[in-house]
Ligand binder design. Sequence first.
Ligand code: PGA
Length: 262
Amino acid sequence: MKVLIKKNYREVSLCAALKVAELVRSKPAAVLGLATGKTPLGTYRHLIRLHKKGLDFSRIRTFNLDEYLGIGLALDKSYARDQSYARFMHEEFFKHINIPRENIYIPDGLTKDPEEHCRWYEEQIRKEGGIDLQILGIGRVGHWAFNEPGSSLDSRTRVQPLAMETQDDNYKKFYKKAGIPREDMPHFAITMGVGTILESRAILMIGTGAEKSVIVSKALEGPVTTEVTASSIQIYKGDALVILDRQAASRLSDSRFNQVQE
Ligand code: PGA
């Protein structure tokens, strides 16, 4: 695992985008694993800028980590109350780049048969040849995707109840602004499993802000535990790159992790 510490959110986002762009250039039909949330937004904005300068996504395939159960919609529509990750991805990234609709995979929050859908999703990842680079944030509870505390490190794509802290965080970040009452926030999601994520060929984890500092140090330096599913990065066998800003890295004690790179 390699850890890069950058000055601030902007530098983290730029560095992460350059890593993704490097892969897109060297492997034009690469399979990217994508994350939602506040953290990767800056990365997507830089990638959109690079696309405007010629970065080509026309053969790229993408798999998103997760989606709330019970909401979702066709990617080209938009409803004020819809807080689906499908909509988030469309608004924040896909509609600004040249990726064909059929190359985009996001779990379907409106599926009638979630179990079958989860099996299908795993099957599509295999059929597309596996994920070359998985982008990950980290939640305050230490989750990767919606692998909440207690999720097995072997887990596969499945329906997962959301931890109360996750519901509170995501309500504040996304639902409240849209005027949606707290009780309408979904309590379940479809998420890729930790085992699914660990099969990616490379991982790019990004973490920013002081509120992530405790959980980042637990994930990178604490015990590997199902209570902090991001700690599984310590047993990951592929290429892992972690990019943090100074604040998120501020509680790391290992001196290898203490170098700020300008
Ligand atoms: P955030 O979410 O990027 O909005 O902080 C991260 C996560 O929950 O994985």
